[in-house]
Design a protein around this ligand. Sequence first.
Ligand code: APR
Ligand code: ZN
Length: 268
Amino acid sequence: MQEDLVEEAARLLAASRYAVALTGAGVSTESGIPDFRGPSGIWTRSPEAERRAYRTYQLFLTDPKRYWEERLSRPSLLGDLSKAQPNPSHYALAKLEKLGVIKCVITQNIDALHLKAGSVNVIEYHGNAFKLRCPHCNARYNVEEYDLEGLKQRGELPPRCRRCGSPLKADVVHFNEPIPQDVMLRSLQEVYRCDLALICGTSAVVYPFAELPRIAWRRGAIIIEVNLEPTPLTLEGISTIFIQGKTGEILPKIADKVEEIVEKKRRS
Ligand code: APR
Ligand code: ZN
């Protein structure tokens, strides 16, 4: 049964004109990074952490100094992302891009693992944990360009934008925070253009990201969903194909099948 779905997904991907991948935390759990709403997800395990997360953006707006003092005093909920390595899910999507099939990966993940795995055209919809961003002029900086601990010791938080002087925040999109304009625009261009969207490892409940597969679907794109559990996309009949299981097992199988088809086409 699953083999047939993998075959069908590979056939549709190989025949697509412009396929994009949309990913969520589920593609990184096999790298040891917890997801949010899965059975052992961060919000599942700690509703208090989720409630606190809903207040973070408001704290930045009202008191950027305290936003940073809190941020620097608590370890990341996702663990130490700098040690995380890509897993077969990420490598499979990078391979599909190299085969010329996946044109873009739009990810909700802030762990930069798609980039580490070799994907090139990646849109980080919720930002990147290794960067700082200026909400005023949208300048982005690598975290190591600022001595955050030193600023904290000297009472000089928040870090300030070198272009416009505004307080910088982490380049991660918090609840109720607008998606940066440049990211929103690029993502919409990609889903408007696609004729196939491969949705992997997302519960598809957080907007506006969850609108992206719906836009593609309304424009007639094929929706292939790979997830441990059914989601609203599955239940609302938006997914053309739903393959239930681990992305780290399923995506490499799909990528291998696509490679076979593409190679065959090349030889004929
Ligand atoms: N393979 C396939 N699916 C998986 C795997 C796996 N190895 N591990 C987990 N999943 C599934 C879970 O069952 C769940 O349906 O991936 C989905 C992850 O959903 P969420 O935890 O809600 O993560 P995501 O959809 O990315 O959340 C969106 O919510 O809190 C915000 O900003 C945060 O970007 C995040 C956004
Ligand atoms: Zn600025």
